[in-house]
Design a protein around this ligand. Structure first.
Ligand code: NAG
Ligand code: NAG
Ligand code: NAG
Length: 425
């Protein structure tokens, strides 16, 4: 396995050489016939910012590594440059994950803006043209991760990110976030009064992303649209039927657009409202199972009961007492509104990280224990992980493709899997 890893990595580096240049025109002409389809029988492996546990986040190399390791979806954050080009980048400022500090020519670009009610100082992506952003190099966020790839890779555009997914030799979904829409719409103006959200959907349409969850179109090019800003998700609901996921932050963080509290957006009434627009939620995992002194507290049965009911129920998140503990209820009464009946809530918690510093003591410093807990005990539908490889290995051992619940095409996929490098690991 070690030698396979080295060979794979050399191959990756060769590929990355090509990606160091701009990727246009996009996507490539590569035409894979009969791509291995997206698996839908087990929780999704969502590569959070690519395989950023290994390679600097949201770079082409991090995404390609994640695909190589078995990601079902590659996840990204969409922001904008000053000249209105959508980019894949997590922070609104360039300070923590690029070499901006070494670029003396940009020393006068430091600004202070109100970001979700907090005065934030730094080099903002919205003050740099794409051409300028492309002169920067990305680096690792955490000091305890591999630093050897610092300074090697550029920031990529939304288009380049999409092309990486479309060029994969099997079907790989995308999971882009409408990131900080309030700030972006304040600082970037597009012709015709278009909003950030309009440009976001235009890009998805340009590359053929469409269709409701699990529809034929969707399975061909799977995509989830995610955001912490409910008004952005509602705004795009008239423009695309792609499935949307409402991200839910820590209990102390209000929504960035509507300034609603955690308690408000997880109330009965709010779920009743938002489920007309989203197919699920993306909560921080520590709000589903509260943590104290690095130990898990009594888990809620939210996910398990939602699935056990085997009915198109809607579920209600309800806080039972102040603090961070929660209890959950499921309503099995059929809603009168038909839109609700088709709403099968999904739960994709974030973020899974292999390192000891992130693992709660209950997991005995073993990330497989954590996956086991969330996949088998909590029964979530997808996991945002910094380490696609470890989640994939876990899934392959835990729930490999099975012939018994398959038909001829499943059998073909099984064979494809066995002869693919993913099956050999
Ligand atoms: C941010 O800075 C401005 C200008 O100094 C100030 O007026 C404002 O109150 C500050 N806002 C916060 C939330 O601290
Ligand atoms: C979507 O379109 C319908 C019909 O035009 C309109 O009534 C509704 O307000 C729109 N919703 C949003 C969120 O723009
Ligand atoms: C957001 O809501 C909180 C709590 O209700 C309030 O104190 C704060 O002033 C609000 N912030 C804005 C920007 O409206």
């Amino acid at each position: 396995m070690a030698s396979f890893g080295v060979v794979a990595f050399i191959f990756l580096i060769l590929l990355v050489e090509c990606y160091a240049r701009p990727l246009y025109p996009l996507p490539s002409k590569t035409d894979y016939k009969n791509r291995q389809p997206l698996q839908t029988f087990r929780p999704y492996n969502i590569a959070h910012r690519g395989s950023n546990g290994e390679i600097p986040e949201e770079t082409a190399a991090a995404y390609m590594r994640a695909i190589e390791e078995g990601a079902d979806f590659i996840e990204t954050d969409i922001l904008s440059s000053k000249d209105g080009v959508l980019i894949s980048f997590h922070d609104v400022t360039l300070d923590d994950t690029t070499d901006i500090a070494e670029h003396k020519e940009f020393a006068n670009r430091k600004r202070t803006y109100d970001v979700q009610g907090v005065n934030t100082t730094g080099y903002f992506t919205v003050d740099f043209t794409l051409e300028e952003l492309k002169t920067l190099k990305v680096k690792q966020r955490y000091p305890f991760r591999d630093q050897q790839y610092n300074g090697k890779f550029q920031i990529i555009t939304f288009e380049e990110y999409i092309s990486i997914a479309l060029d994969a030799s099997r079907v790989v979904g995308i999971y882009p976030e409408i990131k900080n829409p309030v700030l972006i719409n304040q600082h970037v103006k597009w012709p015709g009064g278009k909003r950030f959200e309009d440009k976001f959907v235009e890009m998805l349409k340009k590359y053929g992303y469409k269709g409701s969850y699990l529809s034929k179109d969707w399975l061909k090019q799977p995509a989830f649209i995610q955001s912490f800003a409910p008004t952005s998700l509602i705004y795009v609901s008239n423009q695309t039927d792609l499935p949307k996921i409402l991200l839910i932050d820590d209990v102390t963080v209000p929504t960035q657009d509507t300034n609603q509290s955690y308690w408000e957006i997880t109330s009965d009434a709010y779920f009743d409202y938002i489920k007309n627009y989203v197919v699920g939620i993306g909560p921080w995992k520590d709000t589903i199972v509260p943590v104290m002194n690095n130990y898990l507290q009594t888990p809620t049965d939210l996910v398990a009961r939602a699935h056990a009911s085997n009915l198109q129920v809607y579920f209600i998140l309800k806080d039972s007492r102040p603090g961070i503990d929660l209890s959950f209820q499921i309503s099995t009464s059929l809603p009168s509104d038909s839109a609700r009946i088709n709403w099968t809530p999904m739960v994709h918690p974030y973020t899974f990280r292999d390192e000891n510093v992130f693992l709660h003591f209950d997991f005995h410093q073993d990330p497989y224990n954590e996956y086991e807990y969330w996949v088998n005990k909590m029964g979530v539908d997808g996991l945002f992980t910094d380490f696609t490889g470890s989640l994939h290995q876990f899934q392959e051992w835990n729930s490999p493709f099975s012939r018994k619940d398959g038909d001829a095409s499943t059998l073909l996929h099984e064979i494809a899997r066995l002869i693919s490098k993913y099956g050999k690991k």
